[in-house]
Design a protein around this ligand. Structure first.
Ligand SMILES: Cc1cc2nc3c(=O)[nH]c(=O)nc-3n(C[C@H](O)[C@H](O)[C@H](O)COP(=O)(O)OP(=O)(O)OC[C@H]3O[C@@H](n4cnc5c(N)ncnc54)[C@H](O)[C@@H]3O)c2cc1C
Length: 346
């Protein structure tokens, strides 16, 4: 008989659970139902009891480690907190979001508990025991894993489960005491890039992909890189989309600016989508000025509805890789789209 613990943590407000935590809660509720197992949810953060209200409707036992020492991610305090929650819950299966905060400590905590850890889990299913799936070899091979060893820690990839959305209520939360370990790291605060500079937004509904066409000679015989940059940034600002790129565009360097400076200064290889790039998860994707070649499109595996704007009626997108293709000039289309979005937000 399994006992299931979902480890969660708060977001930057200190008193609300992250979306990825709520996704892990959904996975835990589902798994507990399948196994008629006892479910415990552990919450970590500055004001964990306040955050726990969001999952009161699960009816799970709620454990919390709270206080200023846990306001910021830090290995020593986070590992001690997770260990204390795990020991209090005595769980055989521990689910947690694969956030940077938990990815950093999960292996250490599993070791302290004498358990095993698997990461990048995308789904869970049950027969007699628990099966977990994850992808290998750049999302080409999907494996189903099961283990006899317990406790079994599973870090879930973001975007693979619906976020738990039960009614918020006052929760009966059991505080878990943690003996504070010696700390060497003092967290002085957070410095994050401006919204305009942060172009990779995993929680965005839309992935907006830019291809090398933005920097190519256009029908008027000229290139328009500066205009391309303005159109792209304006669309990102107005839509909140996440920015992806083809390899050809991410590889292009600005003339005379050295190895590091991309032709579009806000683009890096972190934005690259595809076989040698990333495979993000978004409900929709819009490709612009990109040919849609296979090594690029394999990165679109987890994009729901796919649309593309390309001048080439024979591009890869039109050959069955997109749901809708606009054979049109992306400069003109995006200028019009931006004007419509601008008018709507005014
Ligand atoms: C081992 C290997 C790994 C690779 N990995 C990746 C990867 O991870 N990701 C990746 O992206 N690629 C990858 N590639 C490269 C890939 O094969 C393509 O070369 C690349 O995706 C092409 O980028 P692109 O479509 O932006 O550029 P191009 O092929 O140059 O296409 C540009 C397109 O823009 C269109 N266009 C131009 N102007 C306009 C306009 N005004 N409006 C609309 N459309 C316009 C053109 O018609 C053209 O179709 C890999 C290749 C290899 C061999």
């Amino acid at each position: 008989m399994e006992t299931i613990l979902v480890l969660t943590h708060v977001d930057e407000t200190g008193s609300a659970l992250t979306k990825a935590s709520l996704e892990a809660v959904s996975a835990g509720v589902e798994l507990a139902k399948q196994h008629t197992a006892k479910l415990t949810i552990g919450v970590l953060g500055a004001d964990a009891p306040a955050a726990a209200g969001a999952v009161a409707a699960t009816g799970a036992r709620l454990l919390a480690v709270s206080g200023e020492a846990f306001a910021q991610p830090r290995y020593a305090t986070d590992a001690a907190a997770c260990e204390a929650i795990c020991r209090a819950a005595q769980a055989s299966i521990v689910l947690a979001p694969g956030s940077s905060r938990f990815t950093r400590v999960a292996a250490g905590v599993a070791h302290r508990l004498g358990g095993f850890l698997d990461t990048h889990i995308t789904s869970l299913s049950s027969n007699d025991s628990v099966d977990a799936t994850r992808w290998f070899y750049r999302q080409r091979v999907e494996a189903t894993i099961s283990r006899e060893a317990r406790p079994w820690f599973l870090l879930l990839d973001a975007g693979t489960h619906a976020a738990f959305a039960g009614e918020s209520a006052a929760a009966q939360v059991e505080p878990v005491a943690v003996t504070l370990p010696a700390t060497r790291t003092t967290v002085e605060g957070l410095r994050s890039p401006m919204r305009d500079a942060q172009t990779i937004r995993p929680d965005a509904k839309l992935l907006f992909v830019t291809g090398a066409g933005w920097t190519k000679k256009q029908p008027d015989g000229h290139i328009h890189v500066a205009e391309a940059g303005e159109l792209i940034l304006a669309f990102l600002r107005l839509s909140g989309a996440s920015l992806g790129s083809s390899k050809s565009l991410a590889d292009q360097k600005a003339e005379g600016a050295g190895e590091e400076q991309s032709v579009l200064p806000f683009l890096t290889h972190m934005n690259q989508i595809g076989q040698t790039g990333s495979t993000p998860r978004h409900a929709k994707g819009l490709s612009t000025c990109c040919h849609g070649e296979e090594p690029h499109v394999v990165g679109w595996r987890f994009i729901g509805e796919r649309r593309a704007i390309s001048l080439d009626p024979n591009c890869g997108w039109t050959r069955g890789k997109a749901d809708v293709v606009y054979v049109a000039d992306a400069f003109q289309v995006m200028a019009k789209v931006n004007a419509l979005l601008e008018a709507r937000s005014a």
